[in-house]
Write a protein that binds this ligand. Structure first.
Ligand code: RIB
Ligand code: CA
Length: 314
């Protein structure tokens, strides 16, 4: 039986690769995608999610628009990383599949209430606004969640949008605080892992040669890698969000430990910091499986094998 998931996303080129990886994997049943404002505004993230599904030949996937801004703060976007469209790097098109009716938060609540308890996994790969809103509006769904596997936060890698914070947590720290305090089974794929999931030139060329879907992935990573090359001197683009999907497919690719992670919401310089108690010195209760290591070769072998299937299936 395929594992039922809802992907909450702010596409973004790395979100796009994550969504393609999920749609290429028969172990996963994507119940729907809920778009959230993050990398670019909501009107673009919801359109981008539909474009990505069409590139995968899955225009049938329900894409719902969620929140267009964080719970309390003004929206911070990342066009400097993802370009004005959020999916720069390919020739974009108007998606033919319509936006699904109904708010993304209602879709999350209704799905979790309808499906058997413990059968649906949430995969947030953008700011956590929609997830926190669903928990506020319907706390009864929290014990029904199988697992939350999210891309966000950092420990040694500290921050990518400020010296202290990773983007997804930084944009809506109050929402992140709600999710990390919810008690739902939580697995975190932080920058410590995703900064090791960096593309190589050889891998990008393998993608480019594999067919139309692979060409889109190559175009996106060609664009997306600029930011990390300039900032970190890295060889390629960090595939942040695909790590959350790869964890669901092959958890053995990752290693971490169950620890306490708190979210800073009031610090003048540390807003959005994930205070990860890796050495368990705080005495605070563990609330997350926090990943720190990745089998990079195994990760790229999985991503390559799955994404190229979409072209063969094409
Ligand atoms: O910090 C990386 C995260 O922020 C990724 O989810 C990327 O898509 C951006 O949303
Ligand atoms: Ca994202």
């Amino acid at each position: 039986m395929a594992r039922k998931i809802i992907i909450d996303s702010d596409p973004g080129q790395d979100d796009a690769v994550a969504i393609l990886l999920a749609l290429a994997s028969p172990e996963l049943e994507v119940m729907g995608i809920t778009a959230v404002a993050g990398n670019v505004p909501l009107d673009l993230t919801q359109k981008n999610a539909r474009i990505i599904c069409e590139i995968a030949g899955r225009g049938d996937i329900a894409v719902h628009a969620g929140y267009d801004r964080p719970m309390l703060r003004p929206l911070v976007t990342a066009e400097h990383v993802h370009g004005k469209s959020g999916l720069d790097g390919i020739d974009l098109f108007e998606p033919s599949s319509p936006l699904a009716p109904g708010h993304g938060v209602d879709f999350i609540i209704e799905t979790l209430r309808r499906e058997p308890s413990g059968s649906v996994t949430l995969v947030p790969i953008g700011p956590l606004t929609n997830i926190a809103a669903a928990f506020h509006r319907a706390p009864d769904i929290i014990p029904r969640i199988a697992e939350i596997a999210l891309m966000g936060g950092a420990y040694f890698e500290v921050g990518n949008i400020t010296p202290a914070a990773e983007f997804n947590i930084y944009v809506d720290p109050e929402a992140a605080k709600v999710v990390f305090a919810s008690g739902a089974p939580l697995t975190v794929l932080p920058l410590d892992v995703t900064h090791r999931a960096v593309t190589s030139r050889a891998w990008v060329e393998t993608m480019r040669d594999s067919g139309p879907v692979g060409q889109a992935v190559a175009g996106w990573t060609d664009f997306f890698e600029r930011f990390d090359r300039e900032k970190y001197g890295s060889e390629g683009a960090p595939l942040h969000d695909p790590c959350a999907i790869a964890y669901l497919l092959k958890p053995e690719l990752f290693r971490g430990r169950s620890i306490n992670v708190e979210i800073e919401t009031t610090g003048e310089f540390t807003r959005g910091m994930t205070v990860a108690d890796w050495w368990r010195v705080s005495g605070r209760k563990a609330n997350a499986q926090f990943m720190r290591e990745i089998d990079r070769d195994g990760f790229f072998e999985l991503v390559t094998r799955r994404i190229t299937r979409l072209d063969r299936a094409g």
